[in-house]
Ligand binder design. Structure first.
Ligand code: AVJ
Length: 315
């Protein structure tokens, strides 16, 4: 999203100003996805070393009918963070179900427009909600009329939440749903460290460009003075937390300013800005997280080669 809306721009400015002044310094990963960031993420999804998207799409194609089999009559679908909608289309194509209303939730209006166009031929009605997951969860119940709803939260987007926040979000999803509904959760699994490092620090440096683009975005939208050449991409595996971390490491002592909030920070040589965490899960841990959030039975479809899991939780 390019932030033109003054309110959203003020929130962007306030959030990055706050997070850049923490110790350690941080930037919120949700701000990666301006148009260039979205295009770079789509390129990441094509990299041989980043298997999440391909693995999940293959699971949806192979098991789509099975996944939607409890819904013989017509059902509704809602997707949190639908992006361009291609995974939803895969599920609609292979799901062998009659889908009435589809609710699409994403921060990016451009993504919603694209998703709407792809999904419209495959459902009776498409509703788009531009906003955060929380905005979407608040609004989903008002667009229902009696059919069961399957909520999709795919792509390992849950991985960006620390384990406690993930629990809170799963609870919020559970509270939004009613008996007879389901949650379909896509989560990346732990795997050998070298595979994880190649996925988040690829030899073509696409992920490095994706990471550094957040500084370019701050420069363009908020009057930042980050020198892109003064930062290098670093990905590391935090074994204790079981997460990949991405950082932007300052290669020298330097000052950066953000005009929108009069921010001025001094970065030491080697100091890093922590931009993203991607938590990895074990299959049983996903089942336990669903149960702890109040969901019923969980059924899993696992790609053992790529180490990725789809879990359908009953409500
Ligand atoms: C879209 C959040 C699932 O964490 O794997 C890809 C984003 N970051 N490469 C992930 C991402 C670096 C991705 N998610």
């Amino acid at each position: 999203m390019v932030i033109l809306d003054p309110e959203a721009r003020a929130l962007f400015a306030a959030e990055i100003t706050d997070s850049l002044q923490r110790t350690p310094r941080e930037l919120p990963s949700k701000y990666f996805y301006d148009p260039l960031g979205t295009a770079l993420f789509e390129a990441i999804c094509q990299l041989p070393w980043y298997r999440i998207t391909r693995s999940e799409s293959a699971l949806l194609a192979r098991h789509g009918a099975d996944i939607l089999s409890p819904y013989r009559g017509s059902l509704d679908l809602a997707e949190l963070g639908c992006g361009g909608g291609s995974k939803l289309v895969t599920l609609l194509e292979y799901g062998e179900a009659t889908v009435s209303r589809v609710q699409l939730i994403d921060l990016s209006r451009a993504a919603l427009d694209m998703a709407r166009a792809l999904v419209a031929p495959l459902a009776s009605e498409v509703v788009t909600l531009a906003g955060s997951y929380e905005d979407g969860l608040l609004r989903v119940p008002s667009h229902r009329d009696g059919r069961p709803l399957v909520m999709l939260f795919l792509g390992s987007n849950i991985g960006n939440f620390d384990r406690e926040s993930a629990h809170v979000l799963l609870r919020r999803i559970r509270e939004t749903l009613v008996p007879g509904d389901a949650l379909l959760l896509g989560a990346d699994l732990t795997k050998p460290t070298r595979d994880l490092l190649l996925a988040y620090d690829d030899p073509l440096q696409v992920t490095a460009a994706f990471n550094r683009n957040i500084l370019r975005r701050i420069n363009d939208e908020l009057g930042g003075t980050f020198d892109l050449d003064g930062f290098v991409h670093r990905a590391c595996w935090n074994a204790r937390e079981r997460r990949i971390e991405m950082h932007l490491v300052s290669t020298r002592r330097q000052v950066a300013r953000v005009a929108a909030t009069d921010l001025e920070i001094l970065l030491e040589s080697g100091e890093s800005i922590w931009t993203e965490s991607s938590y990895k899960y074990e299959p049983d841990e996903i089942l336990a997280a669903g149960a702890a959030a109040g969901f019923g039975r969980g059924e899993q479809w696992i790609d053992e080669a790529a180490r990725f899991a789809l879990t359908r939780f009953a409500v």
